[in-house]
Design a protein around this ligand. Structure first.
Ligand SMILES: C[S@@+](CC[C@H](N)C(=O)[O-])C[C@H]1O[C@@H](n2cnc3c(N)ncnc32)[C@H](O)[C@@H]1O
Length: 178
């Protein structure tokens, strides 16, 4: 299955989005076009601080694996990256790409941000890109993130927020209500 981010987004995705958000050109140069095309993050979690060699990184809502491969290249052979997503098809895509392009160990699990399948204090870094806005239980997500981070661990999120009232046109149930 091809997972290319397409015209259903109100922001730039794929290569145009990644370049606009300042992803490292060298990193992009090492990625296959198909992976870059699948990128549909809303920001660049790596612009908030480094991933260092040997880091253990969790990517919440990893999608087709763009940020996971980036984290893997930065964490290197002594590091490990973990990706979770609620959509098995996205993890299937991420698994194929990591098999060819990971620089570190990696692990993928079907799971939601609301209940993370990891021990307390497992990660030095948690990243997430365009995912937590999709959860109806955001407080649970943040409790879980805090739980799985090591003391002094780092949280790097890119996401979208709504300022003010949600317009009626954005209500997904509006057509059912009438
Ligand atoms: C906008 S895409 C972002 C994908 C990826 N982070 C990227 O930057 O390309 C949102 C992803 O979040 C996943 N997702 C949605 N709700 C989730 C939740 N509650 N927990 C974990 N993943 C979720 C979706 O399946 C999808 O792959």
């Amino acid at each position: 299955m091809s997972v290319t981010a397409s015209g259903n987004f109100s922001y730039k995705t794929g290569r145009a989005g990644a370049e606009l958000l300042g992803y490292d050109k060298g990193l992009l140069g090492r990625m296959p076009d198909e992976l870059i095309d699948s990128f549909c993050g809303v920001g660049n979690p790596f612009s908030l601080g480094p991933v260092n060699p040997g880091d253990q990184v969790l990517d919440i809502g990893c999608g087709a694996g763009f940020d996971l491969v980036a984290a893997s290249c930065l964490a290197g052979k002594n590091g490990k990256v973990f990706g979770i997503d609620v959509t098995p098809e996205m993890l299937g895509k991420a698994g194929k790409v990591l098999a060819g392009y990971s620089c570190s160990a990696y692990e993928l699990k079907v799971a939601g941000a609301e209940e993370l399948p990891f021990e307390d204090g497992s990660f030095g870094i948690v990243i997430s890109n365009g995912v937590l806005n999709l959860s109806p239980a955001k407080a649970n997500c943040f409790k879980e993130i805090y739980r799985v981070l090591k003391p002094g661990g780092r949280l790097r999120i890119a996401d979208i927020v709504l300022k003010g009232e949600r317009p009626a046109s954005a209500d997904p149930l509006r057509d059912w209500a009438t």
